[in-house]
Design a protein around this ligand. Structure first.
Ligand code: AMP
Length: 453
């Protein structure tokens, strides 16, 4: 299958060539013809599957055809609503790329920054509007956005939207847009609440599903380090001594935790910046672009802030804390191994997080290989209760050595130590727990994982 087979117009095909895309991803292969045919879509797809292009490309094509007929002042004809600023910016960048030969105008609006430049671009007329819910409603109320001519409505990352408490905003937006429209609904998971919302938005949708939330790309090498909470900083520093790790995205559960990791890394002369909800939008953007151009080596993020971060060649993800929601693990490690690239995801697990690992392994149907051979093996096997754990077994990584007994070798750890995180289910330097090696799963973009029901 090629993009030519999808009946795309020449300006879009040329833009895709410039991007270096040779063939559509499964979600694109499935969704593009359906959207071009004017049908509604219920899409189950997470970020990393190419879903942004899957909806952006046919929207652009449709609006180009309409624009040829209706010249004059531009009106918002396509609205894409997405939960976070980062995602909105990224979708805007994608539209810019795919539509660069198409003479369409788009704007991206989100909160946390002055509305001035956003209002200016709206005033000059836009065809496609990408928005987060709050700022959209603000600017509608102020009369800067009119949605009466809308033809296509996209609700992106619907599950995250509900998680973030945007349900009422979404309902308000639905009351502002024409009933007769095409609606495209995307969510990484499809619990009942999401299906209910989808039912209130879509008309006779085609269902497209790719990479169920429970699957992790085969290109991502996963591994697990059992380590006590207070030793995680040392372990991270130890791992980052490997200069072949050019950049790393580190996840923490809290904003405070993110700041602490940044401070600790700074003390070790490792450049790091945090991105989370307490940072201003400008600070977040700055951190992101410093990370993208490699002037910052480590980006430390909380889950919500990291949602939608799309960094080319991101090869290394660290779960400094194991997420307490199993799906979050899949989202986090999905930041690497994108578009078929190789990626590594390592997780630090203390005694209070054992149960989270159990949930994750159940969800992904993989026993994550354990790296035993590292200088900070966990000593604690008594849960503190901070996460209400129900430990299932003894820490498989616990050693008899006294706390700190192996530490003297930290900074001069053996090469096998240093490499072990990177070869979790491949190399010989990794000791696997009784869990054994992760069974090979189909790479998530394999057509067999796509179903169009
Ligand atoms: P998304 O799921 O929309 O966040 O896209 C994930 C990544 O895949 C982005 O970096 C896109 O630029 C990239 N991508 C999207 N479509 C393709 C394609 N057909 N071939 C290669 N990369 C793609």
């Amino acid at each position: 299958m090629t993009f030519e087979n999808l009946d795309l117009i020449e300006p879009i095909l040329n833009a895709l060539k410039t991007k270096g895309y040779t063939e559509p991803t499964p979600i694109q292969e499935q969704a593009i013809p359906i959207i071009l045919a004017g049908r509604d879509i219920l899409g189950c797809a997470q970020t990393g599957t190419g879903k942004t292009a899957a909806f952006s490309i046919p929207i652009i094509q449709r609006l180009v055809a309409d624009r040829a007929i209706n010249q004059g002042h531009r009106k918002v004809q396509a609205l894409i609503v997405t939960p976070t600023r980062e995602l909105a910016i990224q979708i805007g960048e994608s539209i810019e790329d795919y539509g660069k030969n198409c003479n369409l105008k788009h704007a991206v609006i989100f909160g946390g920054v002055s509305q001035h430049s956003q209002v200016n671009s709206l005033k000059s007329g836009v065809d496609i509007l990408v928005a987060t819910p709050g700022r959209l409603l603000d600017l509608v109320n102020q009369g800067f956005v009119r949605l009466g001519d809308l033809k296509v409505f996209v609700l992106d990352e619907a599950d995250r939207m509900l998680d973030m408490g945007f349900i009422h905003d979404v309902k308000r937006i639905l009351r502002l847009i024409p009933e007769k429209r095409q609606s495209l609904f995307f969510s990484a998971t499809m619990p009942d609440s999401i299906m209910h919302l989808a039912g209130s938005i879509l008309t006779d949708p085609e269902k497209v599903s790719v990479t169920p939330i429970s699957s992790t790309a085969e290109t991502i090498t996963q591994s697990l380090y059992y380590v006590d909470q207070e030793e995680k900083y040392e372990l991270l520093t130890h791992i980052l001594q490997d200069k072949s790790i050019r950049t790393a995205l580190v996840f923490t559960r809290t904003k405070h935790g993110a700041d602490k990791v940044v401070k600790m890394l700074a003390k070790k002369n490792i450049t790091a910046e945090a991105i989370h909800g307490n940072k201003s939008q400008n600070a977040r953007q700055r951190a992101l672009s410093n990370f993208k151009d490699h002037s910052t080596r480590v980006l430390v993020a909380t889950d919500i802030a990291a949602r939608g971060i799309d960094i080319d060649e991101l090869a290394f993800v660290v779960n400094f804390e194991v997420p307490n929601i199993a799906e979050t693990y899949v989202h986090r490690i999905g930041r690497t191994g994108r578009a078929g690239a190789e990626g590594k995801a390592i997780s630090f697990c203390d005694v209070d997080e054992w149960d989270y690992v159990k949930d994750i392994e159940k969800l992904i149907s993989i026993k994550i290989p354990v790296v035993k051979d590292h200088p900070y093996p966990a000593q604690d096997s008594t849960p503190t209760g901070k996460n209400k754990p129900q430990p299932r077994n003894q820490n498989p990584n616990a050693r008899k050595t006294h706390r700190g007994g192996t530490k003297s070798g930290d900074s001069t750890s053996t090469s096998s130590d240093r490499n072990s995180y990177g070869s979790s289910n491949r190399g010989s330097s990794t000791s696997h727990s009784s869990h054994g090696t992760a069974p090979k799963k189909k790479f998530s973009w394999d057509k067999k994982n796509v179903s169009s029901r």
